[in-house]
Design a binder for this molecule. Structure first.
Ligand code: AAO
Length: 512
């Protein structure tokens, strides 16, 4: 009996680390600010067929509408209630998306903003995405309802009421993050309202949550909320499945609150990953690809089975959050493809691919003057659809990194090599590296200034393979470079440092 209880507890505690992904898939994509109707179509026409396991969506909860600046993306991080209408669409469209994505084996993960409501200066009225009335001055949010009794202000000791010092744990968790009204999650009532919101989404069919701003919530409060969550909808998930939880905690070291305080209750975003990989790919601070030999825990990251990893996110691609100038994004597309390629080839962590929109980037003294700009929009601020061009790229300033051939094919690579160990590491002591994933995949990078010409152990069966970076296998033929693996498992690899994509990847399914 005792053993059974232990097993049940153990099972429960492990469950929220599992992304509930179907069909052996391994990566998710953040379709930042996409409309629900476009995500539904993307699941059916692209994500399902190309082996993506899931989508992180922008917050679906009712938010404030900000008009100065004009409809910034960040207005959605200021909830005024938990009705399900947002800039991405209404509740029916949300339900339709979740159903259609689930039906093609693509999971939906919701960005849950539960630490706070809108900013203290949000005013009063019905300037909200479902038109619900609220009053930020009196902390009155009748659509939930929350009243002034449901906020933390009494517990905050700073003069401004805001977080002023990240070295003071109490401030970070009891004061307002950039002026956002801070919910009192230790109250049973507040926990109940938050859990109701998340449970409604679970019942509709989502597979889990990115939980926003977890550093600003006490782990005990979060764990109490998670403990109230339903199992996933059995129409699409095995009975007893728990929602996947990945928590946004920015821990680059140097602060008293660490990611480790949260890894017991769910996965955690590993922000060191993108910040350090950016340095390596840019070759800043004397970093080189050869140093990636012990990438992962060896670099001081959290345990692989606790980590949610990404090259950039919606904050640090535009200077919000943390990571700094080293973060590589679609703006540096050549380096970006290498960084994402490396991430998807390497076994560490659960991977998330970013999919962005272009904005009028204008960096003055290191600060982007237009970091607030929302998605491609009509003049009334409504979000534009994502048009698909004949060559399968996206139009209207939607970047769609996930549709770049190199990135899409590396998502497939990760699925093919799933579960295989990293082996046959090779480097030239500088910026040329290669490694295998068991006998299922092999990748080589040349980020040096000279040409690479080396005979390397691939771990692959003899044969001719199609490089999925310069091209791909189509109707049995290769549209890119071919790699010949000999009977000894070795291949001669030449990569010019001048190539647009100075890397090559082959896998079991790209064999010709
Ligand atoms: C907007 C306006 C504000 C206004 C507010 C209220 O911009 O001027 O006061 O409304 O009216 C997003 C936007 C915000 C926006 C907010 C609400 O980014 O600009 O405010 O929506 O509309 C901290 C949090 C982290 C948070 C990050 C942005 O810990 O949780 O700030 N990310 C999430 C979301 C994000 C969202 C929110 C939370 C709020 O992803 O999109 O905000 O829902 C240090 C700390 C970090 C801290 C950063 C930034 O980082 O460690 O925890 O993140 O500072 O303040 C080095 C250090 C690194 C340090 C960094 C920066 O890199 O190593 O640790 O420097 O100092």
């Amino acid at each position: 009996m005792k053993l059974l209880i232990l097993a049940a507890l153990f099972g429960l505690s492990l469950a929220q680390f599992d992304a509930n992904i179907k069909n052996g898939r391994t990566a998710i994509v953040h379709l930042f600010e996409w409309r629900w109707a476009d995500i539904a179509a993307e699941c059916e026409r692209y994500l399902g067929p190309n082996g993506f396991g899931g989508v992180q969506i922008s917050p679906p909860s009712e938010s404030i509408i900000v008009t100065s600046p004009w409809h910034p993306w960040w207005q959605r991080y200021q909830p005024i209630g938990y009705n399900l209408c947002s800039r991405s669409g209404n509740e029916n469209e949300l339900r339709d998306m979740i159903t259609r994505c689930n039906n093609v084996g693509v999971n939906i993960y919701v960005d849950a903003v539960i630490n706070h409501m809108c900013g203290a200066g949000g005013g009063s009225g019905t300037h909200s995405s479902c038109g619900s009335y609220f009053d930020a001055n009196s902390k009155d949010f009748p659509s939930v309802p929350y009243s002034s009794l449901d906020f933390n202000d009494g517990k905050c000791n700073t003069g401004s009421g805001n977080i002023e010092n990240y070295n003071d744990i109490n401030q970070v968790r009891n004061c307002r993050l950039v002026g956002l009204l801070d919910l009192a999650l230790e109250k049973d009532y507040v926990r109940g309202k938050v859990a109701d919101y998340m449970n409604k989404l679970i019942d509709i069919g989502v597979a889990g949550f990115r939980v926003d701003a977890c550093k600003h919530m006490w782990p005990g409060d979060l764990s109490a909320v998670y403990g109230r969550l339903h199992n996933l909808n059995t129409q699409w998930f095995p009975s007893g499945s728990k929602p996947f939880i990945f928590q946004e905690v920015i821990d680059l070291g140097g602060e008293p609150i660490t990611a480790g305080e949260y890894t017991g209750i769910g996965r955690v975003t590993e922000f060191k990953y993108g910040a350090k990989l950016g340095n390596v790919i840019r070759r800043w601070n004397g970093e080189k690809l050869a140093y990636l030999k012990n990438w992962g825990e060896g670099w001081g990251f959290m345990a692989s089975d606790k980590a949610l990893v990404f090259v950039d996110n919606h904050d640090n691609q535009r200077g919000h959050g943390a990571g700094g100038a080293s973060i590589v994004t679609f703006w540096d597309s050549r380096l970006y493809k290498m960084a994402v390629g490396f991430m998807l080839a390497h076994p560490y962590g659960f991977t998330r691919v970013m999919s962005s929109y272009r904005w009028d980037r204008n960096i003055v003294n290191g600060v982007d003057q237009n970091d607030w700009q929302g998605p491609p929009s009509n003049s009334d601020g409504s979000t534009k659809p994502v048009p698909i061009n004949p060559d399968s790229t996206c139009g209207d300033n939607w970047v769609c990194e996930h549709r770049w051939r190199q990135i899409k094919n590396m998502v497939a690579f990760r699925n093919v090599v799933n579960g295989q160990p990293l082996s046959n590491w090779w480097d030239n002591g500088s910026n040329q590296i290669s490694f295998s994933r068991g006998s299922r995949g092999f990748i080589v990078f040349n980020n040096d200034d000279g040409e690479m010409n080396a005979t390397l152990t691939t771990g692959m069966a003899a044969g001719t393979y199609c490089d999925v970076i310069s091209g791909q296998k189509e109707s049995g033929r290769c549209t890119g470079k071919e790699v010949v693996v000999g009977g000894d498992g070795r291949a001669t690899i030449r990569i010019s440092n001048l190539d647009e994509d100075p890397f090559i990847a082959i896998h079991a399914d790209s064999k010709l």
